[in-house]
Design a protein around this ligand. Sequence first.
Ligand code: SAM
Length: 392
Amino acid sequence: MAQQQQMEAKLIGKIIEEIINSNENKITFKRYMEMALYYPDLGYYTKDREKIGKKADFYTSSSVGSVFGQTISKVLAELVSYVEDQEYRIIEIGGGNGRFARDVLAELKLKEPDIYSQLTYFMIETSPYHIKLQEEYLSEHLDHVQWISQLEELGDSLKGVIFSNELVDAFPVHMVKKVNGDLKEIYVTWNHDEAVFEEVIGELSNQALSNYFIEQRIDLKEGQTSEINLNAIEWIQAVGKKLQQGYVMTIDYGHPAEELYASNRHNGTLMCYHQHLANDNPFQHVGDQDITTHVNFTALEKYGEQVGLQTILLDTQGNFLIRSGILEYLIPVQNFEERDLFQDQALKINRAIRQLITPGEMGDTFKVMLQQKGMQEKEYQFMKPAWEKYPF
Ligand SMILES: C[S@@+](CC[C@H](N)C(=O)[O-])C[C@H]1O[C@@H](n2cnc3c(N)ncnc32)[C@H](O)[C@@H]1O
């Protein structure tokens, strides 16, 4: 605990130093968030500290149960089989502790041994702490896993499937606000008297911020605050440029632009998570809480198109998992009253399925986007209506 506080104090010192050395005694909110999450050794994601799961700060779909990775393994197997190449490649970006990769690889080994035998699963991860965990989680599949630091290492004519779950929501964002009819940016400064970080309003730091709303025909309401994730655009364009043939599957919580920037979201979507409690104050628990924002799927679609990515699916996670066969993993349960509610494996699996697909839980806030480049049209199994799979 004392060590935790020392690290937080050190990180706060680094941020203050950067504010003092800046031209106008302020840094963009984006820079603040980048430092809080990714400052070497001190940031939330870069330091040695559990983040995902029961004993940490938040759950992701991968951590809810193996059934998430198992179900998606079938989809990934189908997709890689359509890519014309001698070997199969899946590239996961921001794989966290490696649980999703482990569940996918274990299921493929069992159910799709031909694909597994020719598959290389690449991991690209910023957090040194998560890379260590990935090495442990994936110890049984080391012959099939390669860690790389960036997509560039795979050359210019990449063929394969690029996957991410809850990556884009973890990118640092600019914060903007409509003030007297003009779009302004929110910066962060340090209040010496009260020893707290504070927001200050200033001119836009980057022309791309006003272009973003013009290009997407978004107009914030007076006084409305929101976030702009320029890193998401850079990311999807870098991915699209590298990919010669294949798919990009992006799962995250978010909405199309018109919903994300609607006037009912007057204060934007930024949320922080610390020990499973959500809050909206990014200036507390500095480097010790996750900071995230909802993803603008329209931006991924629109800016992806500019580099040849065509969107073939954007659906809720619930619908997608049902069409991909998640209900086949349900376990019939008898003697309910004799079972241990918390320890019983069958109940745990059934509960995980419910949580992953139920609207109001993970089923509809999370979306699944699938983009393709250089592929022929296919009749995808996971696009078939659910009633064809589960005849009653
Ligand atoms: C919210 S966690 C999600 C982890 C995992 N996908 C899951 O579902 O449990 C986000 C992960 O993305 C990683 N990350 C963030 N930016 C990244 C980037 N530009 N490249 C690779 N990994 C990144 C973080 O270090 C973290 O491990």
